[in-house]
Design a protein around this ligand. Structure first.
Ligand code: SF4
Length: 370
């Protein structure tokens, strides 16, 4: 049985950032205790049902996982180790640099956490304020130092592109900051104004960079990070050699993953399912819902190609043969070849992949190719 990636969604935050559509809410100690017990019970239930199942990555995402506190988080981690081994596993915790994380990092490191992902977003005070974030660049630098001091040297930062008021210069400063504090990994996301967010309500008043400016910011980010030693390996992800996120690579390589917690998604036993966005429902033992009615069948070649083409490694003949017993389809190869001259794709006998320019229009390219 291939080891799975285990994802735990921690749905608690101090407040709601105006651009965020993740499932999160405020939580008190009692709710967090209940939530911790529910997760541990689910872990035990899966262990009973799949006694041979092992995991080699664990990712605490959110929400703000550090709000759970080291003790609760470590008790979930202990249960996960007992159930799924987690031998030589990559164990990541997302954290918010708006508070002192020194003791938290020290305690979770002792239980096996070896990777930290911090929501930096920007180092520019005006941009942070526009995004409703409560930390400063100094707080973020201290959080990285604290992770390093605790012995966690695998640190990732999240950066946001095309935020209100962002310029090439201000973004370059944020990028330099990331390179200077010595992170091993960086995720750079273009801001999308999603429905049901505060930004959506006031979308006409936001001074957002237009599409062309956003594309420029993205391409600049790719090249600055590349020259700073963080190579792009996915549309939005960059890493030092060997520091690519093992957990997220499982998603893009269509490997099995089990997500626990409200709003967590899974690809497990060849099926896709998710828990509804309801904490109460999850605490009450609600069962996950199937994603079977999705247009793209779980585990199909179309799904595999869509995910693999997010990676700079692209779609390869060898891996297509390994997984599906056939090479890259001729129609896909031909369409990719057509866009090669425009600098959107790169095609070789072994591989079809998108360039950074191509990543910017990947949805349109995929629609033609698949
Ligand atoms: S801290 Fe993160 S998860 Fe929480 S509201 Fe802000 S962006 Fe969303």
């Amino acid at each position: 049985m291939t080891p799975i990636g285990l994802y735990i969604h921690v749905p608690f935050c101090d407040g709601k950032c105006p651009y965020c559509d993740f499932f999160s809410m405020r939580g008190n100690a009692e709710t967090m205790d209940k939530y911790t017990n529910s997760i541990i019970n689910k872990i035990k239930k899966y262990k009973l049902e799949y006694p041979k199942m092992q995991a080699d990555t664990l990712y605490f995402g959110g929400g703000t996982p550090n709000l759970l506190g080291a003790e609760r988080l470590c008790s979930i981690l202990t249960a996960a180790k007992e159930a799924f081994g987690l031998k030589n596993a990559e164990i990541t915790v997302e954290a918010n640099p708006d508070r002192n994380l020194r003791d938290f990092f020290r305690q979770v490191k002792q239980e096996g956490v070896n990777r930290v992902s911090l929501g930096l977003q920007s180092t520019n005070a005006k941009e942070l304020c526009a995004l409703g974030r409560r930390h400063t660049a100094k707080d973020a630098a201290r959080a990285v130092e604290d992770a390093h001091a605790a012995g966690i040297e695998n640190v990732s930062l999240d950066l946001m592109l095309a935020v209100p008021g962002q310029t090439r210069d201000s973004l370059r400063e944020s990028i330099r900051f990331c390179l200077n504090v010595g992170v091993t990994h960086l995720s750079a996301y273009l801001l999308r104004v999603e429905e049901h967010t505060a930004f959506w309500q006031k979308r006409r008043q936001l001074s957002l960079p237009d599409e062309e400016q956003a594309a420029e910011l993205y391409e600049m980010t790719c090249s600055e990070l590349e020259s700073g030693g963080l190579s792009q390996y996915e549309i939005s992800n960059f890493a030092k050699p060997g520091r690519e996120s093992r957990h997220n690579l499982k998603y893009w390589n269509l490997q099995p993953s089990l997500g626990l917690g409200p709003a967590a998604h899974s690809f497990f036993n060849g099926k896709r399912f998710y828990w509804p966005r309801s904490l109460q429902g999850f605490l009450n033992g609600e069962e996950p819902l199937s994603e079977e009615d999705s247009d793209i069948p779980a585990g199909s070649f179309t799904e595999y190609a869509m995910l693999r083409l997010r990676l700079t490694a692209g779609l390869t003949e060898t891996e297509c043969h390994e997984h599906f017993g056939c090479g890259i389809p001729e129609h896909l190869r031909k369409t990719a070849k057509h866009y090669e001259q425009a600098g959107l794709t790169a095609v070789s006998p072994e591989c079809v992949r998108f360039t950074p320019k191509g990543f910017l229009v990947s949805n349109a390219l995929l629609a033609e190719m698949l």
